[in-house]
Write a protein that binds this ligand. Structure first.
Ligand SMILES: *Cc1c(COP(=O)(O)O)cnc(C)c1O
Length: 370
Protein backbone atom coordinates (compact mmCIF):
# COMPACT_ATOMS: atom_id res chain seq x y z
CA UNK A 1 0.00 0.00 0.00
CA UNK A 2 1.26 3.46 -0.93
CA UNK A 3 0.66 5.76 2.05
CA UNK A 4 0.13 9.37 0.95
CA UNK A 5 -0.76 11.06 4.21
CA UNK A 6 1.11 13.84 6.02
CA UNK A 7 1.98 11.57 8.95
CA UNK A 8 2.52 8.91 9.95
CA UNK A 9 4.33 8.78 6.63
CA UNK A 10 5.45 5.89 4.49
CA UNK A 11 8.83 4.61 5.73
CA UNK A 12 11.55 2.46 4.21
CA UNK A 13 11.53 -1.28 4.98
CA UNK A 14 15.01 -0.95 6.55
CA UNK A 15 13.68 1.66 8.98
CA UNK A 16 10.72 -0.53 9.97
CA UNK A 17 13.00 -3.57 10.30
CA UNK A 18 15.11 -1.70 12.88
CA UNK A 19 12.09 -1.86 15.22
CA UNK A 20 12.33 -5.66 15.43
CA UNK A 21 15.07 -5.72 18.09
CA UNK A 22 14.91 -5.68 21.88
CA UNK A 23 17.17 -2.93 23.20
CA UNK A 24 18.11 -1.74 26.70
CA UNK A 25 18.12 2.07 26.70
CA UNK A 26 21.04 2.19 29.16
CA UNK A 27 23.20 -0.18 27.10
CA UNK A 28 26.38 1.72 26.26
CA UNK A 29 26.17 0.99 22.51
CA UNK A 30 22.65 2.40 22.40
CA UNK A 31 23.62 5.40 24.54
CA UNK A 32 26.37 6.29 22.09
CA UNK A 33 23.97 5.98 19.18
CA UNK A 34 21.36 8.09 20.95
CA UNK A 35 23.89 10.81 21.81
CA UNK A 36 24.87 10.82 18.10
CA UNK A 37 21.19 11.19 17.10
CA UNK A 38 20.91 14.26 19.35
CA UNK A 39 23.96 15.88 17.78
CA UNK A 40 22.84 15.05 14.26
CA UNK A 41 19.40 16.54 14.82
CA UNK A 42 20.89 19.69 16.40
CA UNK A 43 23.07 20.12 13.31
CA UNK A 44 20.07 19.77 10.96
CA UNK A 45 18.41 22.59 12.97
CA UNK A 46 21.45 24.81 12.40
CA UNK A 47 22.24 24.54 16.11
CA UNK A 48 25.73 25.08 17.50
CA UNK A 49 27.56 22.60 19.79
CA UNK A 50 27.75 23.97 23.32
CA UNK A 51 25.03 26.57 22.60
CA UNK A 52 22.00 24.56 21.47
CA UNK A 53 20.71 21.22 22.70
CA UNK A 54 18.33 18.59 21.36
CA UNK A 55 15.69 17.85 24.00
CA UNK A 56 13.56 14.78 23.22
CA UNK A 57 10.19 14.00 24.67
CA UNK A 58 8.31 10.71 24.39
CA UNK A 59 5.01 10.84 22.54
CA UNK A 60 3.25 12.70 19.75
CA UNK A 61 4.30 16.04 18.30
CA UNK A 62 1.64 17.87 20.31
CA UNK A 63 3.39 16.86 23.52
CA UNK A 64 6.63 18.61 22.61
CA UNK A 65 4.70 21.68 21.38
CA UNK A 66 2.99 21.83 24.79
CA UNK A 67 6.33 21.32 26.55
CA UNK A 68 7.88 24.27 24.68
CA UNK A 69 4.92 26.54 25.45
CA UNK A 70 4.98 25.57 29.13
CA UNK A 71 8.75 25.87 29.40
CA UNK A 72 9.23 29.25 27.70
CA UNK A 73 5.99 31.21 28.04
CA UNK A 74 5.52 32.26 31.68
CA UNK A 75 2.37 31.01 33.45
CA UNK A 76 -0.39 33.51 32.65
CA UNK A 77 1.80 35.07 29.93
CA UNK A 78 0.75 35.92 26.40
CA UNK A 79 1.73 34.24 23.15
CA UNK A 80 0.76 35.60 19.74
CA UNK A 81 -0.39 32.85 17.37
CA UNK A 82 -0.95 33.59 13.66
CA UNK A 83 -4.11 31.62 13.00
CA UNK A 84 -4.24 30.28 9.45
CA UNK A 85 -4.95 26.59 9.86
CA UNK A 86 -5.78 23.67 12.12
CA UNK A 87 -2.33 23.26 13.65
CA UNK A 88 -2.50 26.87 14.81
CA UNK A 89 -5.88 25.94 16.35
CA UNK A 90 -4.16 23.20 18.24
CA UNK A 91 -1.37 25.47 19.47
CA UNK A 92 -4.01 27.93 20.69
CA UNK A 93 -5.74 25.18 22.65
CA UNK A 94 -2.48 23.78 24.06
CA UNK A 95 -1.50 27.27 25.27
CA UNK A 96 -4.90 28.02 26.79
CA UNK A 97 -5.18 24.71 28.62
CA UNK A 98 -1.64 25.15 29.96
CA UNK A 99 -2.75 28.42 31.58
CA UNK A 100 -1.01 30.68 29.05
CA UNK A 101 -2.98 33.29 27.15
CA UNK A 102 -3.05 32.85 23.37
CA UNK A 103 -3.47 36.10 21.44
CA UNK A 104 -5.03 35.01 18.17
CA UNK A 105 -4.08 36.75 14.93
CA UNK A 106 -6.86 35.68 12.53
CA UNK A 107 -5.79 35.20 8.90
CA UNK A 108 -7.11 33.46 5.80
CA UNK A 109 -5.98 29.81 5.62
CA UNK A 110 -4.79 30.28 2.04
CA UNK A 111 -1.55 32.20 2.64
CA UNK A 112 1.29 32.63 5.13
CA UNK A 113 1.48 35.41 7.73
CA UNK A 114 3.25 38.64 6.68
CA UNK A 115 5.95 40.44 8.64
CA UNK A 116 3.89 43.60 8.96
CA UNK A 117 1.00 41.65 10.52
CA UNK A 118 3.33 40.27 13.21
CA UNK A 119 4.86 43.71 13.80
CA UNK A 120 1.46 45.41 14.17
CA UNK A 121 0.15 42.76 16.59
CA UNK A 122 3.28 42.90 18.75
CA UNK A 123 3.36 46.72 18.78
CA UNK A 124 -0.27 46.75 19.89
CA UNK A 125 0.48 44.54 22.90
CA UNK A 126 3.85 44.91 24.65
CA UNK A 127 2.87 42.18 27.14
CA UNK A 128 3.20 39.46 24.47
CA UNK A 129 6.50 37.64 25.10
CA UNK A 130 6.37 35.07 22.29
CA UNK A 131 5.12 34.34 18.81
CA UNK A 132 4.11 30.72 18.24
CA UNK A 133 4.20 29.91 14.56
CA UNK A 134 3.42 26.82 12.51
CA UNK A 135 6.01 26.55 9.72
CA UNK A 136 4.17 24.19 7.37
CA UNK A 137 0.44 24.31 8.11
CA UNK A 138 -0.55 20.70 7.52
CA UNK A 139 -4.22 21.72 7.45
CA UNK A 140 -4.09 23.31 3.99
CA UNK A 141 -0.46 23.13 2.84
CA UNK A 142 0.57 26.80 3.20
CA UNK A 143 3.85 27.92 4.73
CA UNK A 144 4.56 30.57 7.37
CA UNK A 145 8.19 31.62 7.09
CA UNK A 146 9.88 31.38 10.51
CA UNK A 147 12.78 33.62 9.40
CA UNK A 148 10.34 36.42 8.48
CA UNK A 149 8.32 35.97 11.67
CA UNK A 150 11.54 35.70 13.68
CA UNK A 151 13.00 38.92 12.28
CA UNK A 152 9.78 40.80 13.11
CA UNK A 153 9.74 39.41 16.65
CA UNK A 154 13.46 40.02 17.21
CA UNK A 155 13.16 43.67 16.10
CA UNK A 156 10.68 44.20 18.95
CA UNK A 157 12.57 42.16 21.54
CA UNK A 158 10.18 39.19 21.49
CA UNK A 159 10.89 35.48 21.12
CA UNK A 160 9.52 32.65 18.98
CA UNK A 161 8.45 29.02 19.26
CA UNK A 162 8.36 27.25 15.88
CA UNK A 163 6.17 24.22 15.23
CA UNK A 164 8.20 22.79 12.36
CA UNK A 165 6.72 19.29 12.71
CA UNK A 166 5.78 18.90 9.04
CA UNK A 167 8.69 20.99 7.71
CA UNK A 168 11.80 20.05 9.64
CA UNK A 169 14.60 18.45 7.68
CA UNK A 170 13.24 19.69 4.34
CA UNK A 171 12.40 23.39 4.51
CA UNK A 172 15.28 25.71 5.44
CA UNK A 173 15.80 26.49 9.10
CA UNK A 174 18.90 27.91 10.78
CA UNK A 175 18.86 28.34 14.56
CA UNK A 176 22.30 29.96 14.52
CA UNK A 177 20.79 32.85 12.51
CA UNK A 178 17.67 33.09 14.71
CA UNK A 179 18.74 34.09 18.22
CA UNK A 180 15.11 35.00 19.04
CA UNK A 181 14.02 31.37 18.67
CA UNK A 182 13.48 29.51 21.95
CA UNK A 183 12.51 26.22 20.35
CA UNK A 184 12.14 24.56 16.97
CA UNK A 185 9.90 21.50 17.26
CA UNK A 186 9.53 18.34 15.22
CA UNK A 187 9.17 14.56 15.51
CA UNK A 188 10.91 11.36 14.45
CA UNK A 189 8.28 10.91 11.71
CA UNK A 190 7.17 13.26 8.89
CA UNK A 191 10.02 14.60 6.72
CA UNK A 192 12.76 12.75 8.60
CA UNK A 193 10.95 9.51 7.67
CA UNK A 194 11.38 7.63 10.95
CA UNK A 195 8.59 5.92 12.88
CA UNK A 196 6.41 8.08 15.16
CA UNK A 197 7.02 8.07 18.92
CA UNK A 198 9.37 10.90 19.86
CA UNK A 199 9.12 14.68 19.73
CA UNK A 200 12.19 16.90 19.66
CA UNK A 201 12.87 20.48 20.68
CA UNK A 202 16.16 22.10 19.71
CA UNK A 203 16.73 25.07 22.01
CA UNK A 204 19.38 27.53 23.22
CA UNK A 205 20.64 25.90 26.45
CA UNK A 206 21.04 29.16 28.32
CA UNK A 207 17.35 29.94 27.86
CA UNK A 208 16.32 26.44 28.91
CA UNK A 209 18.38 26.72 32.10
CA UNK A 210 16.78 30.08 32.94
CA UNK A 211 13.34 28.55 32.56
CA UNK A 212 13.91 25.20 34.31
CA UNK A 213 11.24 24.30 36.87
CA UNK A 214 8.68 26.83 35.62
CA UNK A 215 6.62 24.64 33.28
CA UNK A 216 4.01 23.73 35.90
CA UNK A 217 4.61 20.10 34.94
CA UNK A 218 7.47 17.73 35.55
CA UNK A 219 6.69 15.65 32.44
CA UNK A 220 6.59 18.70 30.14
CA UNK A 221 9.53 20.65 31.59
CA UNK A 222 12.24 20.89 28.93
CA UNK A 223 14.46 22.36 31.65
CA UNK A 224 14.31 19.02 33.44
CA UNK A 225 15.09 17.16 30.21
CA UNK A 226 18.24 19.29 29.84
CA UNK A 227 19.16 18.87 33.50
CA UNK A 228 18.97 15.10 33.15
CA UNK A 229 21.26 15.19 30.10
CA UNK A 230 23.78 17.42 31.85
CA UNK A 231 23.75 15.25 34.96
CA UNK A 232 23.57 11.75 33.44
CA UNK A 233 24.99 12.28 29.92
CA UNK A 234 23.62 12.93 26.43
CA UNK A 235 22.89 9.24 25.97
CA UNK A 236 20.56 9.22 28.98
CA UNK A 237 16.78 9.42 28.93
CA UNK A 238 14.21 10.62 31.42
CA UNK A 239 11.63 7.83 31.94
CA UNK A 240 11.29 4.87 29.56
CA UNK A 241 11.98 5.91 25.96
CA UNK A 242 10.34 4.38 22.86
CA UNK A 243 13.73 2.80 22.36
CA UNK A 244 12.92 0.84 19.19
CA UNK A 245 11.51 3.96 17.52
CA UNK A 246 14.68 5.85 18.49
CA UNK A 247 16.85 3.11 17.07
CA UNK A 248 14.83 3.15 13.82
CA UNK A 249 15.14 6.95 13.77
CA UNK A 250 18.92 6.57 13.72
CA UNK A 251 18.57 4.35 10.62
CA UNK A 252 16.26 6.96 9.05
CA UNK A 253 18.91 9.64 9.69
CA UNK A 254 21.51 7.46 7.95
CA UNK A 255 19.23 7.37 4.88
CA UNK A 256 18.69 11.12 5.15
CA UNK A 257 22.42 11.66 4.96
CA UNK A 258 22.86 9.12 2.14
CA UNK A 259 20.15 10.85 0.08
CA UNK A 260 22.08 14.13 0.31
CA UNK A 261 20.40 15.77 3.31
CA UNK A 262 17.90 18.60 3.34
CA UNK A 263 18.29 19.96 -0.19
CA UNK A 264 18.07 16.56 -1.87
CA UNK A 265 15.00 15.64 0.13
CA UNK A 266 13.35 18.98 -0.59
CA UNK A 267 14.02 18.41 -4.31
CA UNK A 268 12.33 14.99 -4.15
CA UNK A 269 9.29 16.31 -2.27
CA UNK A 270 9.02 19.33 -4.59
CA UNK A 271 8.96 17.03 -7.59
CA UNK A 272 6.42 14.77 -5.82
CA UNK A 273 4.20 17.83 -5.37
CA UNK A 274 4.66 19.02 -8.96
CA UNK A 275 3.70 15.62 -10.41
CA UNK A 276 0.72 15.25 -8.10
CA UNK A 277 -0.57 18.79 -8.51
CA UNK A 278 -0.28 18.81 -12.29
CA UNK A 279 -1.76 15.33 -12.48
CA UNK A 280 -4.72 16.30 -10.30
CA UNK A 281 -5.37 19.44 -12.37
CA UNK A 282 -5.23 17.24 -15.48
CA UNK A 283 -8.02 15.12 -13.96
CA UNK A 284 -10.18 18.22 -13.56
CA UNK A 285 -9.57 18.57 -9.81
CA UNK A 286 -9.08 22.08 -8.42
CA UNK A 287 -6.29 22.88 -5.90
CA UNK A 288 -7.33 24.68 -2.71
CA UNK A 289 -4.28 26.95 -2.80
CA UNK A 290 -2.81 29.23 -5.46
CA UNK A 291 0.49 27.89 -6.68
CA UNK A 292 2.38 30.79 -5.07
CA UNK A 293 1.23 29.67 -1.59
CA UNK A 294 1.53 25.92 -2.13
CA UNK A 295 4.20 24.28 0.07
CA UNK A 296 5.77 20.94 -0.89
CA UNK A 297 4.29 18.91 2.00
CA UNK A 298 0.60 18.40 1.37
CA UNK A 299 -1.74 18.99 -1.56
CA UNK A 300 -5.30 20.00 -0.74
CA UNK A 301 -7.92 19.76 -3.49
CA UNK A 302 -11.53 20.91 -3.57
CA UNK A 303 -13.88 17.94 -3.59
CA UNK A 304 -15.55 17.66 -7.01
CA UNK A 305 -19.03 19.09 -7.10
CA UNK A 306 -20.62 15.91 -8.43
CA UNK A 307 -23.41 13.75 -7.00
CA UNK A 308 -21.25 10.63 -7.41
CA UNK A 309 -18.47 11.95 -5.18
CA UNK A 310 -18.18 11.06 -1.51
CA UNK A 311 -14.85 11.37 0.32
CA UNK A 312 -14.99 7.95 1.99
CA UNK A 313 -16.10 6.31 -1.29
CA UNK A 314 -13.20 8.01 -3.11
CA UNK A 315 -10.75 6.93 -0.38
CA UNK A 316 -12.07 3.34 -0.56
CA UNK A 317 -11.83 3.28 -4.37
CA UNK A 318 -8.23 4.56 -4.17
CA UNK A 319 -7.37 2.02 -1.50
CA UNK A 320 -8.55 -0.80 -3.75
CA UNK A 321 -6.01 0.55 -6.25
CA UNK A 322 -3.19 0.53 -3.70
CA UNK A 323 -3.15 4.16 -2.53
CA UNK A 324 -4.21 5.35 0.93
CA UNK A 325 -5.06 9.05 1.55
CA UNK A 326 -6.76 10.84 4.46
CA UNK A 327 -10.49 10.23 4.89
CA UNK A 328 -11.00 13.60 6.60
CA UNK A 329 -10.12 17.20 5.80
CA UNK A 330 -9.01 20.27 7.74
CA UNK A 331 -10.33 23.14 5.62
CA UNK A 332 -13.57 25.13 6.07
CA UNK A 333 -14.93 23.75 2.77
CA UNK A 334 -14.89 20.06 1.75
CA UNK A 335 -11.47 19.02 0.46
CA UNK A 336 -9.22 16.07 -0.29
CA UNK A 337 -5.74 15.99 1.33
CA UNK A 338 -2.84 14.07 -0.13
CA UNK A 339 0.64 13.99 1.39
CA UNK A 340 3.81 14.31 -0.71
CA UNK A 341 6.22 13.39 2.10
CA UNK A 342 7.74 10.15 3.39
CA UNK A 343 9.65 7.46 1.52
CA UNK A 344 7.73 8.14 -1.72
CA UNK A 345 8.97 9.19 -5.15
CA UNK A 346 7.69 11.04 -8.23
CA UNK A 347 6.97 7.62 -9.82
CA UNK A 348 4.76 6.81 -6.83
CA UNK A 349 2.95 10.08 -7.51
CA UNK A 350 2.39 9.12 -11.17
CA UNK A 351 0.95 5.84 -9.92
CA UNK A 352 -1.29 7.76 -7.50
CA UNK A 353 -2.59 10.04 -10.27
CA UNK A 354 -3.55 7.05 -12.41
CA UNK A 355 -5.24 5.47 -9.38
CA UNK A 356 -7.16 8.73 -8.86
CA UNK A 357 -8.28 8.65 -12.50
CA UNK A 358 -9.59 5.10 -12.01
CA UNK A 359 -11.30 6.00 -8.73
CA UNK A 360 -13.06 9.03 -10.24
CA UNK A 361 -14.26 6.89 -13.17
CA UNK A 362 -15.57 4.28 -10.76
CA UNK A 363 -17.52 6.95 -8.87
CA UNK A 364 -18.89 8.31 -12.13
CA UNK A 365 -17.32 11.73 -11.55
CA UNK A 366 -16.76 13.54 -14.86
CA UNK A 367 -13.00 13.87 -14.94
CA UNK A 368 -12.34 16.79 -17.20
CA UNK A 369 -15.52 18.68 -16.39
CA UNK A 370 -14.20 20.92 -13.60
C1 LIG B 1 1.89 16.32 12.55
C2 LIG B 1 1.95 17.67 13.12
C3 LIG B 1 2.02 17.90 14.51
C4 LIG B 1 2.03 16.81 15.54
O1 LIG B 1 1.05 15.88 15.39
P1 LIG B 1 1.00 14.63 16.39
O2 LIG B 1 -0.19 13.88 15.91
O3 LIG B 1 0.83 15.17 17.77
O4 LIG B 1 2.30 13.91 16.25
C5 LIG B 1 2.13 19.20 14.95
N1 LIG B 1 2.18 20.23 14.09
C6 LIG B 1 2.12 20.05 12.76
C7 LIG B 1 2.20 21.23 11.87
C8 LIG B 1 2.01 18.77 12.23
O5 LIG B 1 1.96 18.60 10.90
Amino acid sequence: MLLLIPGPVQTRPEVRAAMAEDIAPWDLDFQRRYAWIRERVRDIAGGVAGVHATLPLQGAGHFVVEAAIRTFVPAGGRILIPHNGTYADRMIRLAREAGREPVVLDLPDTRGVRAEEITAALRADPSISHVGVVYSETGSGILNDPATVGAAARALGRRTIVDAVSAFGVLPFDLSAQPECDAVLFTSNKCLEGLPGIGFAVCPMERVRERAGLAGSWSFDLGDVLRTAERAGWGSFRFTPPVQALHAFGVALDFYEAEGGRKARLARYTENMRVLREGAIGLGLRPYLDEAHQGPIILTLHQPDSPGFGLQRFVDALKRRGVLISNFYNTPTPSIRIGCIGAVTPDDMRFAVSAMAGALDELGVGRRAA
